[in-house]
Write a protein that binds this ligand. Structure first.
Ligand code: ADP
Length: 599
């Protein structure tokens, strides 16, 4: 609850306001019912017996003030006024608490989204997306429900308190009888609440399992079909869905069944009171009002019980939200102060070692190299050699575990991350587009980009050709994650997006492997033209790209095997040649360079 208090605090005034309003409403109701005592006495005309307690006396005194003329009418009007007042206060209370709940939930959502955007990439690398989505969406709503339950709990508790005091003042003996007979029922309710909490916990866990499995199924749709696994997948989902269903039924049935059962369990309480009243000769009007109040007490009592159970049920969801909001156990990259304007000299890695999490084998180990400004720098290596990790470090998704990444001699840690990312642009093999128009995707994050600039970038990336043939041209919606375009088209748009930023460093990760070979060689022409003006770092998978580079670095199992101009390395016949012979470097577009078919 501690983290959540942070969100409630700005609206702290609402808690005392709730208490005051509920107490006022309950007092109005209690007095309204209490005035029935003198009204009944007047109606029955008979000499009322001795009042059973101070409350009845008080009501009698109010009635005495009214005087003898039309006491029934005036008492009736008074009761009516109290009922109207109570309704008005309750409406006010509902409006205030709902509005505040809406705001708190909004704040909470925004804090969670902010957290996802701020937290270090290590967190996302390890996080289970299904359970994240579940927490961001479902559990946040449940937290809002919990807040509502809390408000109801407070207001119902005030009513219970006010009514209890009135009952005690009516007749403490009858109140005592009620108390003694009601305690066992309450204890029973408490035990069942505990069980409900455990069941709620289990339901939340099962539900997030299912969300994770669904996500996995959706992302592996092609593979599932190719391997004829539809039935197996359905069976797997069915068993999880069944587990969700049974845990839902167990949790929800308990919550639903409890109120009605509790009401029935309170029946003997009424009977005991009535028996005592008859024996002790308490005036009928007093007994009647006592029973009415007792009956009216059931509703708030039930709401207290139900919302205690509800709160217990929601606790699991709340703790998920809290875990996610907790900043103490998550990695953050402190942004540096120095704003960088341009890359003037070079980027270099100085004895960099990086582990994805403490205790793991380093993904790159003791790596040192320099990328001079304006050069084309190729990184090659088998899959898992650490190429992407180097790029992630260069983009400062992570900080090195040991060593430094230096930009013009300054540690990247001291450089303002946003200003650094403005200087770099990235286009990868799995182009991450987002739903929106092509123009919007190319201008991603650059609101000032005009159509002219977008067209220029698209032309450079050889994307203009296909975009202009689309019926909606640059306004074509690419669909969720760009699914309406082919892989090669997505890559070209991603490249245009990178070029539009006019970066100092262009990072390419197999950025053209899905593009047809003719277009690809045209793109390479573009890049050749750009070389010298900007620094290009490329994760190369083709000999062609390696040969275009000024320098090439061969990675093997997280370490640098060799580094130098490609011509020299090829002549030396070392790691680069081995890589090439092992088939890990393709010879470029089929048919273009047959003489390089390899030994
Ligand atoms: P490459 O890009 O050359 O294929 P990577 O840089 O992706 O290689 O991976 C280098 C090593 O780091 C591999 O052993 C890989 O398993 C590990 N690795 C990569 N990404 C993660 C991650 N998010 N969490 C943990 N280990 C990772």
């Amino acid at each position: 609850m501690i983290t959540l208090l942070r969100f409630i605090r700005p609206y702290g005034w609402v808690l005392p306001a709730l208490v005051v309003l509920s107490t006022a409403a309950s007092l109005a109701e209690g007095l309204g019912i209490g005035l029935v005592i003198p009204a009944l006495d007047a109606l029955l005309g008979a000499e009322p017996g001795r009042p059973a307690g101070p409350f009845a006396e008080l009501m009698q005194r109010v009635a005495d003030q009214v005087g003898d003329r039309d006491p029934l009418l005036i008492l009736g009007l008074l009761i009516l006024a109290l009922v109207v007042a109570k309704t008005f206060i309750l409406v006010l209370e509902a409006v205030v608490s709902t509005a505040v709940n809406g705001r708190i939930t909004r704040d909470l959502r925004m804090a969670l989204y902010r957290q996802m955007l701020d937290v270090g990439m290590q967190f996302h690398a390890r996080a289970d997306q299904g359970s994240l989505i579940n927490t961001l969406d479902v559990q946040t709503s449940r937290t809002s429900d919990a807040l509502r339950a809390l408000a109801v709990l407070i207001s119902a508790s005030c009513t219970v308190l006010v009514f209890s005091v009135i009952l005690l003042m009516l007749s403490w003996q009858m109140a005592l009888i009620v108390f003694i007979t009601a305690v066992p029922v309450m204890l029973l309710v408490r035990t069942v609440s505990r069980r409900a909490r455990a069941r709620g916990d289990r339901y939340v866990r099962r539900h997030s399992d299912l969300a994770g499995q669904m996500l996995e199924m959706l992302s592996a749709m092609r593979t599932i079909r190719l391997f004829n696994q539809e039935e197996a997948e359905a069976a797997r989902l069915t068993s999880t869905a069944d587990a969700v269903r049974s845990s839902y039924v167990r949790a929800e049935t308990l919550v639903r069944v409890m109120p009605a059962t509790v009401e029935m369990l309170y029946l003997p309480v009424f009977i005991a009171v009535l028996t005592y009243a008859l024996a002790a000769d308490i005036p009928m009007s007093n007994v009647l009002v006592f029973l009415v109040l007792l009956y009216r007490l059931q509703n708030p009592l039930r709401r207290v019980d139900a919302n205690r159970v509800n709160l217990a049920n929601f606790a699991a969801g709340i703790s998920r939200v809290e875990e996610l909001l907790d900043r103490s156990d998550k990695p953050y990259l402190p942004p540096g102060r120095h704003r960088i304007q341009r890359l003037t000299d070079s980027v270099s890695f100085h004895r960099v070692t990086f582990r994805y999490h403490s205790g793991a084998e380093p993904a790159v180990r003791d790596v040192s190299f320099t990328i001079p400004r304006g050069s084309v720098f190729a990184i090659v290596g088998e899959s898992g050699a650490g190429k992407s990790t180097l790029i992630s470090l260069l983009c400062r998704f992570y900080d090195p575990s040991e060593g430094q990444v230096l930009v013009d001699g300054m540690d990247l840690r001291n450089i303002d991350t946003a200003s650094w990312r403005e200087r770099i642009a990235f286009a990868g093999q799995d182009a991450e587009l987002m739903s929106g128009s092509i123009a919007w995707n190319i201008a991603f994050g650059d609101a000032a980009a005009d159509r002219q600039a977008i067209r220029r970038a698209a032309a450079l990336a050889r994307a203009a050709e296909f975009i202009e043939e689309l019926p909606d041209g640059y306004d074509t919606d690419v669909g969720l994650r760009g699914q309406r375009l082919s892989g090669g088209q997505r890559q070209r748009i991603a490249l245009a997006r990178a070029l539009l930023r006019e970066p100092d460093i262009l990072i390419l990760d197999e950025a053209t492997n899905a593009v047809d070979s003719i277009t690809e060689s045209r793109i390479h022409e573009t890049l050749d033209n750009l070389a010298g003006r900007l620094t290009i770092v490329v994760i190369a998978h083709r000999l062609l790209s390696v040969r275009r580079a000024d320098r090439v670095m061969v990675m093997e199992a997280g370490e640098i095997a060799e580094e130098g101009p490609p011509g020299e390395l090829e002549r030396a016949g070392g790691a680069l040649t081995r890589l090439y012979q092992a088939g890990a470097l393709a010879t470029g577009p089929a048919g273009e360079e047959p003489e390089e078919a390899g030994p």
